[in-house]
Design a binder for this molecule. Structure first.
Ligand SMILES: [Zn+2]
Length: 209
């Protein structure tokens, strides 16, 4: 299994290819090697991303069949089933890298900001369960000067939400905590920019050296 650092590098390289509009031969041919994956899988990274149709995880990292264990939910929020999915990947496959991937102009995060600014009653209980998980990440931002600057607020809210989700995974279960402390698992936060196609890793990166 790739180390977390090597896995990060592979994602970096894949995203660079995506931004330049090239795809690797390995990604392109993975579909013709489908039979190789019948007996098992060794995904080198777990990605918790948003369901947004503009952020398909395998495409933005230029990865193919069998490469990524992907969890997608609106607003990349962490509920028990997301923690369980990460535990599953870490235990079953030994995957060492987890990336929480938010993105600019996330409607789930924006809906939460809007809801905080102007509380309404028209959400379903299920939708509310997503907004409720994003709310603590952005509520504090509204009390700062950002409350008067909607664009900056929206950008910072996305990153704050990624940080909260990453922390929820880091401290969400004794199994994950133990793996992290033993150096067997790294959880990082990243943001995909719809405007450029670039993924920036900004949270939880190990200090070099
Ligand atoms: Zn989103």
């Amino acid at each position: 299994m790739l180390s977390a650092i090597d896995a990060l590098e592979r994602l970096h390289e894949g995203n660079r290819r995506f931004v330049s509009g090239v795809r690797s031969l390995e990604t392109l041919t993975s579909q013709t090697r489908r039979s190789e994956f019948i007996s098992g899988q060794k995904p080198f990274a777990v990605i918790l991303g948003c369901s947004d149709s503009r952020v398909p995880v395998e495409l933005v990292f230029d990865q193919g069949l069998g490469d990524l264990f992907v969890i997608r939910v609106a607003g990349n929020v962490v509920a028990p089933s997301q923690i369980g999915s990460v535990e599953f990947a870490a235990a079953q496959f030994g995957t060492q890298l987890v990336v929480v991937l938010g993105h600019t102009r996330c409607s789930a995060v924006q809906s939460t900001v809007d809801e905080l600014l102007q509380p309404g009653e028209n959400q379903s209980r299920n939708l509310r369960s997503i907004v409720d998980r994003i709310r603590p990440a952005v509520a504090g931002l509204l009390e700062t000067d950002l409350g008067r600057d909607p664009d900056t607020l929206a950008r910072q809210a996305v990153r704050a939400n990624v940080r909260v989700s990453a922390n929820s995974l880091r401290h969400g279960s004794p199994i994950l905590e133990e793996l992290i402390q033993g150096g067997k698992l790294l959880v990082v936060g990243a943001e995909y920019a719809l405007e450029t196609g670039q993924v920036e890793f900004f949270d939880g990166l190990p200090t070099p050296g």
